[in-house]
Design a protein around this ligand. Structure first.
Ligand code: GDP
Ligand code: MN
Ligand code: MN
Ligand code: MN
Length: 253
């Protein structure tokens, strides 16, 4: 078995209004079952989701949390504006952002933006992946999957990895339930988070700095599905999520 990860060259600095599908189509030779992995940073830039802290007016709650964390109140207000729910206030803000993804600071990011601006995550990453994927399929006539990613920290361990936050025509989970292991034992609970694995590996090319590789083509996997898919199938229901429940208990105390 062979699997390849290839950077797409010559992607410019993305500006508001840029058509990412057109740019990718011009630079990449796409085949059936290719998975196009795209850093959320350029999706957000193409949507014009940049902002200046000086344009944010902090409220009382933002000022209170800002004092706890020694952060700018404007920054805390921007995080609150992007959040559905705050799980941890201090020493950092762990929130569920508007697209249900749980991460630090609602994914607001200043790296690779420039001009003293910050960047918000797209509100509907599945929708963004779908728009790009549908256009790429139309332009190429091929079966294409799309994963939109962001770099996140993890619970329990130091270090960040890239994770999937939006999907088009690829399932978040590959189930092994009902399959046999090497010795004929039938697997009961194994579900593999394939889109996070792909996102993590693609980041070996993307990196976090000035690499300039926001798009990676993954070839050699058979994970295309013609069905509509969504990152939402990943997120546990609140009542089933023991970590979320625990965090909310701590917050109440
Ligand atoms: P994030 O993880 O989605 O926040 O994205 P990063 O800031 O880590 O950037 C991922 C990759 O995309 C890195 O290789 C960056 O250099 C690259 N990148 C970010 N913005 C642009 C851009 O506008 N144009 C190009 N060509 N590369 C970019
Ligand atoms: Mn960044
Ligand atoms: Mn980011
Ligand atoms: Mn990154």
């Amino acid at each position: 078995m062979e699997l390849t990860f290839k950077a797409v060259d010559n992607i410019p600095l993305i500006q508001k209004g840029d058509d990412l599908a057109d740019l990718i189509f011009k630079e990449a030779d796409l085949y059936d079952n290719d998975i196009v992995v795209i850093a959320s940073t350029i999706v957000s830039k193409s949507l014009g989701l940049t902002f200046y802290l000086s344009d944010i007016v902090p409220g009382k709650e933002a000022k209170r949390i800002a004092r706890l964390n020694q952060k700018e109140p404007e920054f805390v207000q921007a995080v609150l504006d992007e959040s559905l729910e705050v799980f941890v206030e201090t020493p950092f803000m762990l929130v569920r952002n508007k697209n249900r993804h749980i991460c630090i600071n609602a994914g607001i990011d200043g790296s690779n933006v420039g001009g003293g601006r910050l960047l918000k995550l797209p509100n509907n990453p599945d929708g963004c992946a779908t728009a790009i994927g549908e256009k790429l399929e139309k332009l190429t006539g091929k079966k294409i999957s799309v994963i939109i990613t962001d770099t996140n920290g993890r619970a329990f361990k130091e270090g960040q990895t890239n994770v999937a936050i939006g999907l088009y025509k690829i399932k978040a989970l590959r189930t092994w339930i009902g399959e046999k292991d090497l010795f004929g034992y039938v697997l009961e609970i194994s579900e593999e988070a394939v889109v996070d694995e792909i996102a993590g590996a693609a980041n070996l090319i993307m990196g976090e700095g000035a690499n300039g590789y926001p798009v990676v083509i993954v070839r050699g996997l058979d994970l295309y599905t013609p069905e509509k898919t969504s990152i939402m199938e990943f997120y546990r229901k609140k009542e089933d999520d023991v970590i979320v429940k625990g965090l909310l208990e701590i917050k109440k105390q």
